[in-house]
Design a protein around this ligand. Structure first.
Ligand code: SAM
Length: 223
């Protein structure tokens, strides 16, 4: 059996580093789902507009390897403790398939590239191929009493400070997605070096920042 990408997403994340580690943590994180030409059929989306959230089944296309390892080191555990790959949400798995719940913001049926679905809360790098879409059904999919292993709660949010007016000229939406993304501290958990400068691409901007005493200082933001 051959799986085909039914769509790709354009997202605010230009590279893997900085992408939230789960969907829904950064609601400002936008995505636009563009269908592959042969799947640009509005009938395939009939009724989808009545759901507020979607499951996306996707390919971790930037984590494809020919070999696989039975254990991984989740960033949540400090990056030095191993768990089984099937006890993790790591992109590095025998079949590099991911699963995310995202918010359906709108469906644009007049878009020149066929029906375009606007999404929020993505944890996907720009260009991620989508294998399937399904509606999120709360009565079946939401299990608040479930045991959550080594990931019992969402990451802590740090305070974000823009240094030397680094946010000058930014739109409110770019500022919001950058702040909300950096606030959840994308650094590997084992790194806590106040002198180190980190960088990533968000919403078309190259962001450079440092972290000291649980405070984030954004040093520059180049468009
Ligand atoms: N919610 C999904 C899941 O549970 O299957 C993804 C979780 S995974 C821990 C999220 C991370 O995957 C992101 O922080 C980013 O580093 C990485 N990622 C996102 N899109 C990717 C892609 N297309 N290829 C490889 N890695 C990707």
């Amino acid at each position: 059996m051959k799986l085909e990408a039914i769509a790709h997403v354009r997202t605010c994340y230009g590279e893997k580093f900085g992408v939230p580690r789960q969907s829904g943590i950064v609601d400002e994180a936008w995505g636009e789902l563009i269908f592959t030409p042969e799947f640009r059929d509005p009938d395939a989306l009939r009724g989808l507009e009545d759901f507020s959230h979607l499951w996306l089944v996707f390919l971790f296309h930037q984590a494809i390897r020919t070999d696989w390892k039975p254990t991984v080191r989740p960033p949540r555990l400090g990056g030095n403790k191993r768990v089984g790959v099937f006890a993790s949400r790591s992109p590095f798995r025998p079949n590099p398939i991911g699963l995310s719940v995202v918010r359906l913001e709108s469906i644009d049926t007049t878009h020149p590239e066929g029906p375009m679905i606007k999404l929020r809360g993505v944890d996907l790098v720009d260009g991620t191929p989508i294998i399937d879409i399904k509606p999120y059904i709360p009565y079946a999919d939401a299990l608040p009493e479930a045991a959550a292993g080594f990931a019992p709660h969402a990451p802590e949010k740090l305070s974000v400070h823009w240094i030397n007016n680094a946010d000058q000229g930014l739109s409110d939406t770019s500022r919001a997605v950058i702040e909300a993304t950096i606030a959840i501290d994308p650094r590997p958990a084992y790194q806590d070096d106040a002198s180190r400068t980190y960088g990533c691409l968000i919403d078309g901007y190259n962001i450079q920042w440092k972290v000291r005493d649980k405070q984030i200082h954004i040093l520059s933001c180049q468009g």
